[in-house]
Each structure stands twice: as C-alpha cells, then as structure tokens.
Design a protein around this ligand. Structure first.
Ligand code: HEM
Length: 457
C-alpha cells in the first residue's frame, strides 16, 4: 500500500516528464552542461514532480519547498542515502557518515557533531585569517588571477589544518592525494569507468585514496600513542576522544579515518565554489560591494578580525546568504526510495532515484522576488519561508559543516574587501558541475588596486 502525502487527492498518476527520445536527448545535453538549469526547465514545464532519463540514469525530480520538506524532514523513513551517494565511496570510504543510514549514521553523526559546534569552529578563526590574508597578499597588483583556482589553496589548507592538525607538510600532501580522488568522483557518472589499469583515472584515484589512508592512519596511530594533539583540539582529536554511553570509543579507527577524509572532501569544492560566486557578485554589484566594505571598515577597520566582530556584520551575513541562495554549490542532491509513495498526486515507485534541488527552489519567482537579481537587502527585510532556502539541506541530516563553511566565507570577504580591488576579466560565467556548482571557466579577475596590506598576525 503506497503511503500518501496528499490525503484525499483525486487522481494519482505516474510522474510526468519528457516522452520522446529527442526531448530526452536535448534535456540530457542541457543536464550534462548545467544540471540545475535543466531541472529548472523541467520544473517550469511539468511541475513539482518530474520523471526523466533512461535506466540506469532514470530519475524522479521532486522540486520546490513542499518537496524539500517531504524529503528532508517529514518522510526520512522513505529514503536512503547509501545507494544514492555510493558514487562518493571511492573518496569518502565505506563508513563515511554521508554514505550511511540508520543507527550507524546516527552514531557517526553524533560523534562528529561534537567537533563542529560553533564554539569549536570559532577557535579555528586564526587559521582562516592567516591563510586567506597570505593568499590575497600573493595576488599581483595589476596582474590577473583565476580566483576560483587560487582560493582552492587556502581553503584546502584551512580545512586540513582545522580538521587534521597544524602540520603543513602533511596538509599539502593530503590535499594533493585527495584532489586526485575528488577529481574522479567529480566526473559525470557516465564517465566514471572503473577500469583498474595503470594510467586510468580509476587506477590513479584508488592509488591516491590508499596514500590518503596511509597518512591518516599514521596520524591516528600517533595520536592514540599520546603524541601530536593540537591546541585548540582539531576534529581528529575530538573524534578519537568521542565515547558512547558505556564509555567505550564511539568510533573504530577505520570509522575515524573515513569521517576525517570525507569531511575534508566535503569542504573543498563546496566552499571554493561559494567563494568564487561571492567574489563574482561583489564585482558585478558595486553598490553591494561598497555597502559591505563600509560595514567592514566600521566594525573592524584595520584591526585583527575577531569572532565578536564577525557577529556584528549583518550585511556581510546577508551577502553570504544571498550568494548561497543564488548559487547554491550543492545545486542538486539524491535519495533512493525505499517504499512506494504518493506526492502531489503523483505515485513514486520504490527503487526510484529521487532528486531535490536547492537551486530550483532558490530561483522560484513565487518564493523570491526577482530571483536572478543579487540583492542582499532581501535578507534584512524578512525571513525566508520554510524550506525555501536549503543550501545546506535540512532536518536531521542538515550539513554538519555549515558554520565552518559560512565562517570561512565571511573571513574571506572581510580580508578581500579590505585588501584588494577586483575587476572581471570575463564577459559572462557559465554555471557548471555536480557535486559543486561553480563558474565553468573559472573566475579570472584583475587585481586593480590593493586597498591596503592585510593586517599581520
Ligand atoms: C558552502 C559549503 C557547503 C555546502 C553548500 C554544503 C551543502 C550540503 C548539503 C546540501 C548537504 C545535504 C545533502 C542532502 O540533503 O542530500 C550537506 C551534507 C553534509 N555536509 Fe555539507 N556543505 C558545505 C560544506 C561542508 C563542510 C565544510 C563540511 C565538513 C567539514 C560538510 C560536511 C557535510 C556532511 C558530513 C554532510 C552529510 C550529513 C549527514 O549525512 O548527516 N559540508 N552539505
């Protein structure tokens, strides 16, 4: 008996969607280039539930705030992550939280959550300031940089140092190994051939994951032996110290390793993409840029940034929110359906692969006035309607790294606004990519005027 989300619905149908092969081919092309735009098109044409594709790439998209609420909060019992996120296993490992369900997921999430409280994240502020300020100081005055590419370096180092300890040589080594594996899972699924021969991407990805494991395992052994603890404690310290209700270690060493690696992997591309979109919008909207700069000048001026100062910048918060609204890096995510259900008068069969989309929701004109306009002021005028702003998902499985991510974005913007002036070296940007939506050709910018040098340590 299917469970129903629309009691008393008059007629239950199969999900609508493009029927003819040529429609599917045109759609597949668009989805391959700009998946989020493809889904927006489907939403406009077919409504909140749409079926598209051919097996094994057949999906049901559930779009809009009601669908988000259903998937993220109301009916967690109908969906599994493991099968939907299996493509992440080569990077994240078999026991990573993001590929777990049920009791295993609950136990792993509980252990990791204690490392990601706002209080603990605030203690990594010094690392964030140091890395971003150093990177911006490196940008040549009068020269051109690809900001998307350039910002990957400090973000990677901040993430590895905060999560894994302040060992810079290891941070770079770990970062390089992870890049190779992440590069593999970022390929479109239909290009992820698992041919294990020397020279293939899969072979290189597996070798890189083994290198990552060696580095992390060695560090776990060192910490277990009582040396190498960080001050403040990094995420690895917290995970190793986590205990269950009987006082036994909450996670095995293998689970600790998979959580650390998967958390690092979850950070890179998402924060990097959001950072690039934020800089793009500041370049494209001089009035926004100057309002943000005025707030930074008033609250911190030339002083070293503090958490207290960050908390007194509502306009900067609005810029970050507006960036994540217009350009949610996780533009789309998936679930596997465990039991047939009905939603909005449509029957979705067990076994389907369902998609929900922050991007489509964030661009709905009925939820957001002038959705394509970048207007941080909307965040100062009122709150978003429930489940209409979901850049970090929602409900019990909301992104665990959202404070870590937003704090990094704010630190970057403060340091950028007070140390450099940027101009676009591009005409238009094409949003591209899954898992992280980023400017497809990078973000080439001219560094036109150093406002002043960043504040030292
Ligand atoms: C701007 C940056 C980020 C964005 C936009 C983002 C977005 C998301 C979204 C949308 C989800 C839910 C996916 C779903 O419902 O299918 C998620 C989950 C998750 N994110 Fe993030 N994320 C970001 C940064 C981070 C960072 C920095 C970390 C870790 C350090 C992280 C770790 C995770 C984990 C572990 C989950 C799975 C949670 C669970 O399974 O319970 N994310 N993220």
């Amino acid at each position: 008996m299917p469970t129903s989300a629309t009691p008393g619905a008059a007629r239950v149908t199969a999900p609508p969607g493009p029927r003819w092969p040529w429609e599917q081919i045109r759609l597949a092309r668009l989805l391959a280039r700009v998946p989020a735009e493809g889904l927006s098109l489907l939403h406009r044409r077919y409504g909140p539930v749409v079926r598209f594709g051919y097996p094994p790439f057949r999906y049901v998209a559930m779009l809009g705030p009601e669908a988000n609420r259903f998937i993220l909060a109301e009916r967690l019992d109908l969906f599994r992550w493991r099968e939907a996120m299996a493509f992440l296993v080569p990077v994240d490992g078999e026991t990573a939280m993001v590929v777990s369900d049920g009791d295993d997921h609950r136990r792993r999430r509980q252990a990791v959550q204690s490392a990601f409280t706002a209080r603990r994240i605030h203690r990594h502020l010094g690392i964030m300031i140091e890395e971003f300020a150093a990177e911006l100081a490196r940008w040549p005055s009068g020269g051109t940089v690809d900001a998307l590419e350039a910002l990957r370096r400090p973000i990677k180092r901040i993430t590895v140092r905060s999560l894994f300890g302040d060992q810079l040589d290891r941070a770079d080594e770990l970062g390089a190994a992870l890049d190779t594996t992440i590069g593999y899972v970022n390929l479109p699924v239909w290009r992820q051939f698992k041919i294990d021969l020397p020279g293939t991407r899969w072979h290189r990805a597996k070798a890189a994951r083994r290198r990552t494991d060696l580095i992390v395992n060695a560090e776990i052994a060192r910490r277990r032996a009582g040396s190498g603890r960080s001050d403040p404690p990094d995420v690895l310290d917290v995970l190793l110290a986590a205990v269950d209700e009987n006082g036994a270690p909450a996670l095995s060493d293998l689970e600790v390793r998979d959580q650390v690696v998967s958390l690092i992997a979850a950070s890179y591309d998402t924060i990097g993409s959001a950072a690039a979109w934020a800089l793009h919008e500041l370049i494209a909207n001089p009035a926004v840029r100057e309002t943000a700069r005025a707030e930074v000048t008033e609250v911190v001026g030339d002083e070293r940034l503090t958490v207290e100062a960050l908390n007194r910048m509502p306009y900067l918060d609005a810029v970050v929110n507006e960036t994540l609204r217009k350009w949610p890096p996780t533009s789309v995510s998936t679930r596997k359906v465990t039991a047939t259900f009905e939603f909005a008068g449509v029957r979705v069969p067990a076994g389907s692969m369902v998609l929900y989309s922050p991007y489509v929701t964030h661009r709905m004109p009925e939820l957001w006035a002038e959705p394509d306009r970048f207007r941080p002021e909307r965040w100062l005028e009122g709150k978003a309607a429930p489940y209409s702003f979901v850049p970090f998902g929602g409900g019990y499985r909301r992104c665990i790294g959202f404070v870590f991510a937003t704090q990094q974005l704010k630190v970057l913007l403060v340091e950028a606004l007070r140390s450099v002036e940027l101009a676009a070296e591009y005409d238009t940007l094409t949003p591209f990519g899954i898992p992280a939506l980023h400017p497809g050709e990078g973000l080439p910018v001219r560094v036109t005027r150093p406002v002043r040098l960043p504040v030292a340590g």
